[in-house]
Design a protein around this ligand. Structure first.
Ligand code: G3P
Ligand code: CA
Length: 254
């Protein structure tokens, strides 16, 4: 495999989150309207076992309430406002987001789902996630290229569990340079892509070639500056996650 010379595809990080409150329907709808090729979200488990799109362990920063997601029920989380004070916004579940992606028929957009707190819950998040993907017919794609879902994690154990249970689902092992250089964990857990931050990639651009030599794509986050988008294109990165999907698509002319 060679580095991707088609120019990176653009993934909206938490939706078009520079312009709309992160992880809200408004943020994802704007990202789709701006031409995003993929949507990124973080998923956490509620106390009663539902997967919701929330980044932090607590909801204090992004909602009108306070508390820890895993200690609250779907119903209590659903009563809060996730908007920015101007426009109210509801809680987004993973099922809501999958439905949005599957209903968007203009382009085959991919969903990049990052599992949070995977160690503490010892696989529960991954098994719930696979069950949810299976419910929508997304857990066993014909090939990684055709998959509408990509599962990502900083935890090698989470990626390993997904690979074991759903071998055709593409995966991204997020992390720093030590993970990818010198035969690191991306090889051992069989992730289909490596996921360095843009800072890591600036310091270690050789990650892209090394990953490609091992048959792996590169997903880079969070790529907002023009010179970083240009660097990713030059290096042959396959996917860039950005808070500004429309602007990034324009820069890339894609
Ligand atoms: O897309 C990966 C990136 O989102 C990882 O960092 O903290 O934004 O989830 P974080
Ligand atoms: Ca994330």
């Amino acid at each position: 495999m060679s580095p991707d010379r088609r120019g990176p595809l653009v993934v909206a990080h938490r939706g078009a989150s520079a312009a709309r409150p992160e992880h809200t329907l408004a943020a994802y709808e704007l990202a789709l309207a701006e031409g995003a090729d993929g949507l990124e979200c973080d998923v956490r488990l509620t106390r009663d076992g539902h997967l919701v799109c929330v980044h932090d362990r607590r909801i204090d920063r992004t909602s009108s309430g306070t508390g820890v997601v895993s200690e609250m029920t779907l119903s209590s989380l659903g009563e809060l406002d996730y908007g920015d004070g101007d426009e109210p916004a509801g809680l987004l579940t993973l099922a809501d987001l999958i439905t949005l992606v599957l209903d968007w028929t203009s382009r085959p957009t991919k969903l990049f789902i990052e599992t949070k707190h995977p160690v503490r819950y010892g696989g529960l998040v991954e098994s719930k996630l696979l069950a949810e993907l299976a419910r929508f017919g997304l857990a066993a794609p014909a090939s990684a290229d055709h998959s509408r879902a990509v599962v990502m994690s900083f935890a090698a154990s989470a990626v390993w569990r997904i690979r074991r249970s759903a071998p055709l689902l593409p995966t991204v092992l997020l992390g720093d340079a030590s993970r990818y250089l010198g035969g690191g964990a991306a090889t051992t857990v069989g992730a289909t892509a490596v996921g360095p931050s843009i800072r890591t990639l600036r310091e270690h651009p050789e990650i892209v070639d090394k990953a490609a030599a091992a048959g792996r794509a590169t997903y880079c986050w969070t790529v907002d500056a023009h010179e970083d988008v240009a660097l990713c294109r030059e290096l042959g990165v396959s996917w860039v996650a950005t808070n500004h999907p429309g602007r990034t698509k324009n820069w890339l002319g894609s």
